[in-house]
Design a protein around this ligand. Structure first.
Ligand code: ZN
Length: 500
């Protein structure tokens, strides 16, 4: 007797459909799994056997062969348990298999038969729709993610017993896709993450606005307590909210990492991730077994904040550098190649020197010139070139802080950013070197070239400054890049200007 059930397994942030085939054969009683099962899947045998015995099912004294198709893709994770259990029951005629051909079954089983939530349900459900399946059964603990999927009737179950009753037509299961989407008020920035909460820091706020408008990576250089972290945290509040397509992509990534996905997609901010500098390269770029997304992917279409950039591990910095260029992470394994989208805006922060107070008006720097050079050397050259904006963030004295009024709130800045983005897209200013020199006033170009010569900037840094100048012109509503725009763009090359 042969039975088939539909499952899917998560690879990176995408789902691959898997057919679970069970054949009852002759030979010594036993239970084999073929079709490249990795450890989590091989352990299914133990969980499924125990879970089925909890509903009174005894394995027949036959030889069970379980085939996971397609055979050339490794199968990972425990989410195949439910499909394996259902296929076994169908093969042994424990349940009618009428619904099986049109149903995706997802869930890890506990030894007593409960369905445990799994990572990546959003991607797994989308694969059901692509495969043309009518129904999907998922663990109750994943129900909030199911509300984002259309075109599949999504049922939730607490226990394998409930699934069996549904398959046999004895009892219904709750259909999440019919539940009305819970409406939440559009989410405004938390007050402490609003730009309005930052007093003073006019120059840094301006740079943040430019970064947001042009999606420029930015490096903040300043003493401890200067407010670099507050500035970075405020960035999502001035970025345009994600489109519904982007929001679904962001939610799918969060779901694949086991983070709680939102109930609804509208009115959300872009993701903000701030890994600690001790994070491994794998935690930053992704990896592991099974392959999981790293911080660069979790921050995709949002903000990745790296505080104390020079303290990050060498290998992490190296992978960061290449990913910032390519916009995706590719992880190659013996039998698979996984692509993870990774296009966050990177905001990094560093002290001006190891002690943190080089150039500070009130504190004395204890560092030697060599120490400072070595410290800055950790982020020099190719990595530094990835940051379009290098911005000095001076510490604001308590007195200035008291006198400074509250800054402009995020909402107003966000509107300017959105308008500038529309202008940048329509002018296509970021596409190529040729188009970068279009719509630039001659004196603006001359000024930039003089600056490049004086600061001994690299060719790459020259193009970055030109891109930034285009963004500034777009914020200004100007038809072409003027000398004032290139002059301002040159100001954001702090580390080029001031070689320790
Ligand atoms: Zn110092």
């Amino acid at each position: 007797m042969l039975a088939t059930a539909h499952a899917a397994c998560l690879i990176g942030i995408e789902a691959n459909p898997v057919q679970v085939e069970v054949r009852l054969g002759e030979g010594l009683p036993g239970f084999d799994i073929v079709g490249l099962p990795e450890r989590g899947v091989r352990e299914s045998r133990i969980r499924v056997r125990a879970a089925l015995s909890s509903i009174g099912f005894a394995f027949p004294p036959r030889h069970l062969v379980l085939n996971l198709a397609p055979g050339d893709v490794p199968k990972t994770g425990a989410g195949l348990d439910l499909a394996i259990a259902a296929a076994i029951l169908a093969a042994c005629e424990g349940v009618s298999s009428e619904q099986l051909p049109s149903t995706l079954l997802i869930g890890e089983l506990s030894l007593s038969g409960e369905l445990r939530p799994v990572r990546g349900v959003l991607a797994l459900l989308r694969s059901a729709r692509q495969a043309g399946l009518k129904n999907a059964i998922i663990p109750e603990g994943n129900r909030h993610e199911a509300m984002l999927v259309e075109g599949v009737s999504v049922l939730t179950a607490p226990h394998v017993g409930a699934v069996v009753r549904w398959l046999s037509g004895e009892a219904p299961l709750p259909d999440v896709s019919e539940a009305p989407a819970v409406l939440e008020a559009s989410v405004d920035a938390e007050p402490e993450r609003d730009l309005g909460a930052i007093r003073g820091q006019e120059a840094a706020r301006r740079a943040l606005e430019i970064a947001a408008a042009g999606s420029h990576h930015m490096l903040l250089i300043g003493s401890p307590g200067a407010g670099k972290t507050m500035l970075a945290r405020a960035l999502p509040s001035i970025l345009p909210p994600p489109t519904s397509e982007e929001a679904l992509e962001i939610a799918t990534i969060a779901s694949s990492a086991g983070l709680r996905a939102p109930r609804i997609l509208t009115g959300r901010q872009r993701p903000f991730r701030a890994p600690h500098h001790t994070a491994s390269a794998a935690a930053i770029v992704g990896g592991g077994e099974p392959i999981r997304a790293g911080e660069l992917t979790l921050a995709h279409r949002g903000v990745l904040f790296l505080d104390e950039l020079p303290e990050f591990r060498r290998d992490a910095i190296e992978t960061l550098r290449t990913t910032m260029e390519e916009g995706e992470v590719v992880i190659s394994r013996a039998r698979q190649r996984v692509r993870l989208p990774a296009e966050p805006m990177v905001i990094a922060a560093m002290n001006p020197c190891p002690c943190g107070y080089h150039g500070d008006p009130t504190r004395f720097c204890r560092c030697g010139e060599l120490q400072i050079a070595r410290y800055r050397g950790r982020v020099s050259g190719p990595l530094l070139d990835r940051f379009d904006l290098q911005v000095a963030v001076p510490r604001v004295s308590a007195r200035t802080m008291r006198k400074a009024s509250r800054g402009e709130a995020s909402k107003a800045v966000q509107q300017r950013v959105e308008r500038a983005r529309v202008r940048l897209t329509s002018s296509g200013a970021r596409a190529s070197i040729e188009s970068l020199t279009e719509n630039v006033a001659p004196e603006a170009l001359t000024l930039l070239e003089l600056g490049v010569e004086r600061l001994k900037m690299s060719a790459r840094a020259y193009l970055k400054a030109l891109r930034v100048a285009h963004t500034i012109a777009a914020l200004d509503g100007a038809a072409e890049v003027l000398a004032a725009h290139t002059a301002e763009a040159l100001q954001y090359r702090v580390l080029d200007r001031e070689p320790a």
